[in-house]
Design a protein around this ligand. Structure first.
Ligand SMILES: NC(=O)c1ccc[n+]([C@@H]2O[C@H](COP(=O)([O-])OP(=O)(O)OC[C@H]3O[C@@H](n4cnc5c(N)ncnc54)[C@H](OP(=O)(O)O)[C@@H]3O)[C@@H](O)[C@H]2O)c1
Length: 352
């Protein structure tokens, strides 16, 4: 039976926000599988800020070639297989194509959170949570929040913790992990009064700061942390990072998770002007990539803990699922306008 695929192809490198004209929806007949390949019916595509870097020059990996499918983190079901390790009917997750189907070789969709790096492996869905949750708390966002907070920032009970991008997918988990691990104070920074109220009502913060409503973020942070902050989890970069660095306690730790304020920048962004504060406060700043932790011994322990909190109803992991594959660029850009409420995911439509 011939089957048609639709894939979003990168036509041009975006300048600023991705435009519809930068991508093209290409339709074509799926080829017969070759030995070792599987056919994956893509069910969900996570909208990851990282994709913006992958399609540009100057990111942390070789830029995606033009005229190839855009990549993101996906969940799919294997519907045909010539790979003896992957049976029809299994679910897989990892870096895959923005499309309705994907033909995957044994080394594609390369990471599963606990799997062998670079090998297509079945997902363990035994926790019984809905599949898209494996893109959120039980997937990359959960691992990012956990490792950034607990390993990179080495959060300890009693720490005073500041989180930017706090109402988003990773950020909202970081706030709650800090609360659940005994932080003495958790403050989230987000855009808008509604999100700021949710930080306190839903995501375990003691207080919140609306960065859009303040003209002096540094002073707003100082008001919440008169004795300085111990941990800053940075999703945003730019002036937000600088404002946090104005307010460090002795031996503070900063985890650089992301710099979303700069991903669409057309000019190089200036660095913080207050690096001296790191010296004065004997503070540490460290970036990290969650993919470096997948498959490590601690990884399954971290997800076991997250899963326990989730099942006990102690963790609010909000999914924002959109049924709009045909307008994927518009959905994607919600990440940059702040239009998403939780892990932003596109549900891929299928007739059968
Ligand atoms: N290091 C890693 O391995 C790793 C892995 C995954 C994600 N990340 C990073 O984690 C961060 C969050 O990703 P996510 O997937 O959880 O997305 P998300 O936080 O769910 O969504 C992005 C949010 O960023 C905020 N934002 C956008 N532009 C901004 C700006 N100019 N200034 C301040 N805030 C802005 C918006 O919230 P507001 O409405 O509050 O502005 C938006 O809702 C990103 O920087 C991403 O690159 C890193």
């Amino acid at each position: 039976m011939t089957r048609l695929n639709q894939q979003w192809i990168l036509k041009k490198r975006p300048v600023g926000n991705i435009q519809n004209s930068d991508l093209e929806l290409r339709e074509f007949e799926l080829p017969e599988l070759e030995e070792g390949q599987t056919l994956i019916k893509t069910l969900y595509i996570a909208m990851d800020p990282a994709t913006r870097g992958w399609i540009s020059d100057g990111g942390y990996m070789e830029p995606l070639p033009l005229n190839t499918p855009v990549l993101g983190v996906i969940i799919g079901e294997v519907i045909d297989s010539r790979n003896e390790r992957i049976a029809v009917g299994t679910f897989v997750a990892g870096v895959g194509e923005w499309g309705k189907y994907m033909v995957a070789g044994p080394q594609q969709i390369s990471f599963d959170r606990t799997g062998e790096a670079g090998t297509l492996a079945p997902m363990d869905t035994s926790s019984g949570h809905e599949l898209p949750m494996y893109l959120h708390a039980l997937g990359t966002s959960g691992g990012t929040a956990w490792y950034g907070l607990m390993e990179v920032a080495a959060m300890q009970a009693g720490d005073r913790v500041l989180v930017s991008g706090a109402a988003g997918s990773c950020g909202s988990l970081v706030c709650q992990f800090a609360r659940l691990n005994g932080a003495s104070k958790v403050v989230g920074i987000a855009g808008g009064a509604d999100k700021c109220a949710e930080l306190v009502d839903l995501f375990g913060c003691d207080a919140s700061i609306d960065y859009r409503a303040t003209d002096n973020l540094s002073a707003a942070i100082a008001a919440e942390f008169p004795e300085g902050l111990d941990v800053y989890f940075d999703n945003v970069g730019g002036p937000t990072l600088e404002a946090a660095m104005d307010n460090l306690a002795k031996d503070a730790r900063i985890a650089i998770c992301g710099m979303i304020s700069q991903y669409n920048a057309t000019d190089p962004a200036p660095g913080p002007g207050n690096m001296w504060n790191l010296l004065v406060n004997t503070a540490r700043v460290q970036g990290f990539l969650v993919s470096d932790y997948f498959g490590t011994p601690g990884c399954e322990r971290a997800y076991t803990r997250i899963e326990e909190w989730l099942s006990a109803g102690e963790l609010n992991a909000r999914l924002d699922i959109r049924d709009d594959f045909a307008h994927i660029v518009d959905v994607y850009n919600l990440l940059f306008s702040g239009g998403n409420r939780g892990r932003l995911v596109v549900k891929v439509p299928h007739d059968n």
